[in-house]
Design a binder for this molecule. Structure first.
Ligand SMILES: O=C(O)CCC(=O)C(=O)O
Length: 304
């Protein structure tokens, strides 16, 4: 299997992201969308805690963190758009059009998503990126629904999936065309070299009263290959490059690069599938919101 070309690798190293068109065939995209829509039809509202996916605004104070969320690392669960409810808490959209994301174990429990996650192709890409023991975690379909699709503010993925030193890389597949109108990704190009992981998103509280919050990061702030880099700009000064892509495109996202997506107020959904990879040889923090399933995080080498 072919990994990244030298030009692709050098673009990723310089910019902190890489766009790879046609990584999935249009037939595969169709199958993944049909599978996702079936899941949205099938899940039940009965007994559902109606957990909304919230990033908690600018300071993250109200980031989602209930048991339904915290225990989703080895399950397939459904999180609602914040704007899918009226003032009395009733859904204003059919359930299929109200879900913000489905997560976080599709890469093991859903056969079509497993096929495009634990694949030889992805193992070859991980090898090009220098991973020794790449482990897959936190897979999700993000729906970004028409009219109410929530924004995702500027963030770095290693804040959420912290290893010491940081090692996360996101694999992000467009299942529909993404545009400025429906909330495509945008990137602060090169920010992985100037933006330290200064905060971490962790579990807080005791069992039964669990929550999540941000703490200061006392560990390494840049990955091994970028040790010695220092912060040279504030988050607020970054300029973002739009990443409009076609369905079937794979985008690789460095764990230190600042990226975001805006609200979707258009009439078109923006379904994507994403998972993350961390270096299994490095210490995965025991306070991270997502903890390993009993059998450990899924190996990419030797998995298929
Ligand atoms: O798809 C999006 O809008 C945001 C995804 C993202 O930022 C991530 O998975 O890290």
């Amino acid at each position: 299997m072919q990994g990244l070309t030298p030009d692709q690798l050098s673009f990723f190293q310089d910019n902190g992201y890489l766009i790879i068109p046609d990584a999935l065939s249009q037939d595969t995209v169709k199958e993944l969308l049909a599978h996702t829509n079936q899941k949205l039809d099938d899940f039940s509202l009965e007994g559902h805690p109606m957990t909304k996916f919230s990033t908690g605004g600018d300071d993250g104070a109200d980031h989602v963190g209930d048991a339904y969320f915290l225990e989703s690392g080895d399950k397939i669960r459904y999180f609602f758009e914040e704007d899918a409810f009226d003032a009395s808490g009733n859904l204003t959209k059919p359930k299929q059009r109200a879900i913000n994301k489905i997560g976080h174990y599709l890469h093991e429990l859903s056969p079509p998503f497993r096929d495009i996650s634990l694949s030889e192709q992805n193992a070859a890409i991980a090898k090009s990126l220098g991973f020794e023991d790449p482990r897959v975690l936190q897979s999700m379909v993000i729906c970004k629904q028409p009219e109410i699709g929530g924004a995702v503010g500027p963030h770095q993925d290693s804040t959420f999936l912290y290893t010491d030193p940081p090692s996360a890389v996101g694999w992000w597949f467009a299942l529909e065309d993404t545009t400025q109108e429906n909330g495509c990704l945008s990137f602060a190009s090169g920010s992985h070299k100037r933006s330290p992981i200064s905060r971490r998103f962790v579990r807080t509280g005791e069992r039964g009263k669990e929550g999540t919050g941000f703490i200061e990061n006392g560990g390494a702030k840049f990955p091994a290959e970028l040790q010695g880099e220092t912060a040279t700009s504030g988050e607020d000064e970054e300029v973002y490059t739009m990443g409009e892509v076609k369905a079937g495109t794979l985008v690789l996202i460095h764990g230190n690069v600042l990226h975001k997506s805006e609200k979707n107020l258009s009439q078109k959904s923006r379904f994507i599938y994403t998972f993350h990879v961390i270096e299994g040889t490095q210490k995965y923090d025991e306070r991270n919101w997502l903890q390993p399933p009993e059998k450990g995080f899924s190996r990419l080498y030797g998995s298929s």
